[in-house]
Write a protein that binds this ligand. Structure first.
Ligand code: FES
Length: 107
């Protein structure tokens, strides 16, 4: 279980508990958090589950693989360091306190 804070582009914060084994994307959808579209349902094929990691968490989240890196090229305004696809981040206790920032647009 991890406490995760999703911050909308306008600054609205959603702090929720997400079970281990879910992805950060599934945690957002389960809790009806707006702004994470996840059009492909988590198959790493759409890039509409894009977020920016909070600065404090850049080192704390397991590194992205090649598939995620390539798909991030299609994200709206990706940042080389902070951008991640939430469907590719599995929740574990180690992510307790994670903060992610949702971009203004996913397309
Ligand atoms: Fe489509 Fe993450 S949900 S890439």
């Amino acid at each position: 279980m991890a406490n995760i804070t999703y911050v909308e582009h306008d600054g609205t914060r959603h702090e929720v508990e997400v079970a281990n084994g879910l992805t950060v994307m599934e945690g957002a959808r389960t809790n009806n958090i707006p702004g994470i579209v996840a059009e492909c349902g988590g198959a790493c094929a759409c890039s509409t589950c894009h977020v920016y990691l909070d600065e404090a968490w850049i080192e704390g989240v397991p590194a992205k693989d090649d598939m995620e890196t390539e798909m991030l090229d299609f994200a709206s305004e990706p940042d080389l360091v902070r951008s991640r696809l939430t469907c590719q981040i599995e929740v574990t206790d180690a992510l307790n306190g994670l903060i992610v920032h949702i971009p203004e647009n996913q397309f």
